[in-house]
Design a protein around this ligand. Sequence first.
Ligand code: FAD
Length: 285
Amino acid sequence: MIDYEYLKPASLDEVFDLMKKHGSKAELVAGGTDVMVFIKQGNHSPEVLISLRGLTDLCYIQKNSAYHIGALATHRMLEQSQLVKEELTALQQGSSQVGSIQVRNMGTLGGNICNAAPSADTAAPLLVLDAVAVLQSPEGQRRVPIEEFFIGPSETVKKNDEVLVEIEIPSEMGRFKTAYCKHARRQAMTLPIIGVSVGILLEKDVIADARIALTVAAPTPIRVRQAEDFLKGKPFEEGVLKEAGEIASSPECCMPRDSLRCEGWYREEMVRILIPRVAMAAVEE
Ligand SMILES: Cc1cc2nc3c(=O)[nH]c(=O)nc-3n(C[C@H](O)[C@H](O)[C@H](O)COP(=O)(O)OP(=O)(O)OC[C@H]3O[C@@H](n4cnc5c(N)ncnc54)[C@H](O)[C@@H]3O)c2cc1C
């Protein structure tokens, strides 16, 4: 491990002052479950770690005119929240599959999103839920739809002087039935081979609106709008859902790569198979 100075400011203003003072020598840390691994592996070597853990007012899950989740809410909080389980089910399912309980106790929603791994377990649920990332800098706040937040593996639109303070989800998303499936080689402590999240808004037995998002199917988490558009107005039937899976797994929609964990063709095949299953699971839930 390299030596670094660890600073734990108590307010966002102090965080901004420290970020300005230490510039590129500093790195923000929330739960540290990504950052500390990178430091230990020698991939990151910050001279200063600015901890966000003193910002306890960024650790909340609330619902009023929208759903508001503080960037420091941990995966364990999301996993255990009855509100998230009942109304934002896919997100509860994503967070509850991150690592182990120990990792979920430390790891935050904000860290998962800012780390921007193509396999992040909350990314597809947040895309399905039309989430908005609220970024704050000394100049003020800006809001970025989560679909525009990821620009490449480990790359986001967040600027160096910005802190992610909140994830906001429009209240109407609570009317959707949503689910997330992490398809992996084993049940525990592994990254997904493919992640599939589906949201369905049913009116009687007709699909009034739909959302489909994938992780590890492209360099960033993606929405699959062709398949969503196909579903809208159709009856909620197995044949229709299977057709949506065919569309989503076509080369026009997803471009999964070969990797050590699995080859691209298998990922495509799992997208095709999982979309109808996840849609069914969402509605049955
Ligand atoms: C054993 C193990 C298993 C894991 N399994 C999974 C898994 O199954 N699925 C999965 O998705 N992930 C997994 N992870 C990765 C990790 O736990 C998650 O990505 C977690 O959500 C990161 O959150 P954190 O608070 O620990 O982030 P940190 O490590 O503190 O930070 C991650 C990055 O985000 C930045 N950052 C954090 N918070 C903010 C903020 N509010 N504003 C601006 N920048 C910020 C940091 O500067 C850093 O670049 C695993 C990690 C470990 C060690």
